[in-house]
Every structure is written in structure tokens, then in C-alpha cells.
Design a protein around this ligand. Structure first.
Ligand code: AMP
Length: 144
């Protein structure tokens, strides 16, 4: 994989700085989680570290620990909110693997057998629907 310098103007860096909007579900010291703008299923959520890192190979062990624990918390909340029979946790490294935003993130994607998953990063979801889904997930996180 080609090593690239981290681009501080990538869209997730802008979301972290508050320069771009997102439907945030979790906002904590080390991580942020928000709805995927072009979801592959209702409830598709992204979890990112605040650490400015492009991919898994560059992330510190401490950063990865925080990130996977936050991802598990978010996955629990998404499961409670949407009750899917399956849950995919995905993480892509490099354009050749399909990575399109070069700030590391875990995808949390509800799955159901027989329901095809659309291609990722294609269709922008309705803003009201994303806001509603975020509220459902936040309610589960608040409930503990
Ligand atoms: P990846 O292809 O693994 O890098 O995933 C990047 C994800 O970010 C895709 O699923 C996109 O739909 C999503 N995405 C792109 N721009 C935004 C944005 N502004 N807010 C939320 N999600 C986004």
C-alpha cells in the first residue's frame, strides 16, 4: 500500500473540527461516531478516532483500543435501535481496498440475510431520516 501524508482537509477531519456537519451519535474524548451520509443499510454508522491517522497501519495501539471499544459501544446501540439479525464491522485500508475517506474509521452496518448490500459511498440518504436514525441510536447510548 502506498504511504500518503495525512490530509488534514479530508471530510472527517473537517467534521472533527466542526467545519462540516454530521449526525453525531457519540462524542467523547478519543472518538466520534456519526451516521454514514451514504448508508448501506438503515443505521449504518461510522466510528473515528480524533487522532489524525489515515489507516490501521498508522494508528497507535492506544488509539486502536479506544476506537474498537467505542465501536463496540456503538454497535450495541445500533443493534438495540434497529434489531438487525446480523452486524457487519468493516474497516478499509487504501484506495485499492475501497477506502474513500482517508481518516481511519470503522463501519457499523446492520445486516439481514437475503437483503443485498448496496455499493458503498453512492447514494446520499434523506437528512431527516439520518437525523431520526441518529436520535434512535443516541437514545440507546444514553440508556447505557
Ligand atoms: P470508506 O470507503 O471505507 O473510506 O468509507 C467512507 C464512508 O464515508 C462511506 O461509506 C461514505 O458514504 C461516508 N461518507 C463520505 N462523506 C461523508 C460525510 N460527509 N458524512 C458522513 N459519511 C460520509
Amino acid at each position: 500500500m502506498r504511504a500518503m501524508a495525512y490530509d488534514p482537509d479530508n471530510i472527517f477531519a473537517k467534521i472533527l473540527r466542526g467545519e462540516a456537519s454530521a449526525h453525531v451519535v457519540l462524542d467523547e474524548e478519543h472518538c466520534l461516531a456519526f451516521m454514514d451520509l451514504m448508508p448501506q443499510a438503515p443505521g449504518h454508522t461510522l466510528v473515528i478516532p480524533r487522532e489524525p491517522v489515515e489507516n490501521l497501519f498508522d494508528l497507535s495501539d492506544a488509539g486502536l483500543s479506544h476506537l474498537i471499544v467505542a465501536t463496540k459501544r456503538v454497535a450495541h446501540a445500533v443493534r438495540a435501535a434497529f434489531n438487525p439479525p446480523g452486524m457487519m464491522i468493516a474497516q478499509l485500508n487504501g484506495a485499492d481496498a475501497g477506502q474513500t475517506v482517508f481518516h481511519i474509521h470503522f463501519h457499523v452496518i446492520p445486516r439481514k440475510g437475503g437483503v443485498a448490500m448496496p455499493l458503498h459511498a453512492r447514494t446520499v440518504a434523506d437528512a431527516a431520516e439520518l437525523a431520526d436514525n441518529a436520535a434512535r441510536i443516541r437514545a440507546q447510548l444514553d440508556a447505557g
